[in-house]
Design a protein around this ligand. Structure first.
Ligand SMILES: Cc1cc2nc3c(=O)[nH]c(=O)nc-3n(C[C@H](O)[C@H](O)[C@H](O)COP(=O)(O)O)c2cc1C
Length: 381
């Protein structure tokens, strides 16, 4: 039962014990609660946990470059390893200027600017920022991917994921990238930044497994503003492969609404199981490298079918593993009917993050309510 889900998989130089990956998920939690959550997901049987948004350069937020930040990442990898999973660092370079962030900070703090409004305001600054970056700054950033990868390895990470959205995605996008030099114009030129970032990691760590989060945007209907148009994939995929990528993690591009890339069950277009898998089909046609699907992957039967048919080689989940960290364990032990299936409500996960309350699940509330009910009635939960 579910033998493909539970079969090991060789990804570059590492072996995953099964095909399930915790997708990059920034949680906005205090350290203890965060480590507890990661530990639970690792114990629940997932093969690899991708830590979202690890900064490529020194940052006012915690980064690999400060002693405090480095030790925090080391605690994260130790927790993940101790509980039986591998750890991947998602190297992330923002495409919002810190200056713009500072400008809008007072409005954010006083609540005059809501988080989704803030995102729109920041998105409006992306094109000017990307188009105006000097060659010198571009080189600092792309080389930064290599430096951060070395630090990530020292902190215990087993795999590097390059965040192909954000700055890589904005350079890739003909909507945001209005440059007229070798980083702009043709699809080949727009792929250059991402390929240099990948090549920098490959050069500093020749044996490291490099996964690339490939952000795809689509027209008709239009979704996503950063990233690579479906029609441009035949240019981007081989170039990224030549630069040193070992696998692709394929999803919808960002910079439209967050609820497009993290779609609720009520989303008008991406509401179904495996909503982004058609993008994986496009990528698989162009490469023999493993492709990881993500996006509303919840039911063990559905996931097994996608893996078994070879449509995808790996399956990543964010909200489903937040809802039930024991998804893999329950699936492999025949207790699949006891899985708490993600309802796709987005209330406490994306909603919690946007309300600065940290990422949780409505399940936590249901459990707490049940427990207190049982306590009142003096019965065991
Ligand atoms: C609370 C939350 C935080 C996320 N943070 C990140 C992140 O840091 N980096 C990233 O690339 N994707 C991030 N994502 C997107 C997920 O990796 C994933 O692509 C998306 O949620 C769709 O998968 P799902 O249906 O399994 O949740 C986040 C998603 C959620 C719900």
């Amino acid at each position: 039962m579910y033998e493909t889900i539970n079969s090991p998989f060789k990804l570059g130089n590492v072996t995953l014990k099964n095909r399930i990956i915790f997708a990059p998920t920034s949680m906005g939690l205090k350290e203890e609660e965060y480590l507890e959550k990661l530990g639970a997901i690792a114990r629940g049987g997932t093969a690899m946990i991708i830590i979202g948004d690890v900064p490529v350069l020194k940052s006012p937020f915690l980064s690999l470059y400060s002693r405090k930040g480095f030790l925090r990442y080391r605690r994260i990898t130790e927790t993940i390893h101790k509980n039986g999973a591998l750890a991947a660092a998602q190297l992330h370079m923002s495409d919002s200027q810190f200056r713009s962030l500072i400008k809008y900070l007072p409005g954010m703090i006083t609540g005059k600017i809501k988080p989704d409004e803030m995102r729109v305001l920041l998105n409006d600054t992306v094109s000017g920022y990307i188009t105006g970056l000097t060659d010198k700054r571009i080189a600092e950033i792309t080389q930064g991917f290599g430096k951060a990868a070395v630090l990530a390895k020292d902190a215990g990470f087993d795999v590097i994921q390059i965040h192909g959205d954000r700055m890589c995605g904005s350079f890739s996008s003909s909507i945001y990238n209005q440059r007229t030099d070798r980083y702009g114009g043709s699809a080949e030129n727009r792929a250059r930044f991402a390929c240099e970032a990948v090549a920098a990691v490959r050069k500093t760590l020749p044996d490291m497994t490099i996964d690339y989060k490939l952000a795809v945007r689509q027209e008709d209907p239009h979704y996503g503003n950063a990233g690579v148009l479906k029609e441009e994939l035949p240019v981007f995929v081989p170039l990224l492969e030549q630069a040193g990528v070992n696998s692709f993690h394929v999803t919808l591009a960002n910079h439209s609404d967050l609820s497009d890339t993290i779609p609720p069950a009520s989303h008008p277009y991406f509401h179904g199981q495996g909503c982004f898998l058609p993008f994986c089909d496009e990528v698989s046609r162009l490469t023999d490298l493993p492709v990881c699907g993500v996006g509303r992957l919840c039911s063990p039967d559905f996931v097994e079918e996608q893996l078994k048919s070879g449509r995808i080689q790996l399956a990543a989940m964010s909200r489903q593993l937040i809802a039930d960290p024991e998804w893999v364990k329950k699936t492999s032990s025949g207790a699949g009917s006891r899985i708490f299936t993600c309802t796709g409500c987005n209330r406490e996960c994306l909603g919690g993050m946007q309300a600065h309350k940290g990422v949780h699940c409505i399940r936590d509330r249901i459990k707490t309510a049940n427990e207190s009910l049982c306590h009142e009635r003096k019965v065991l939960p």
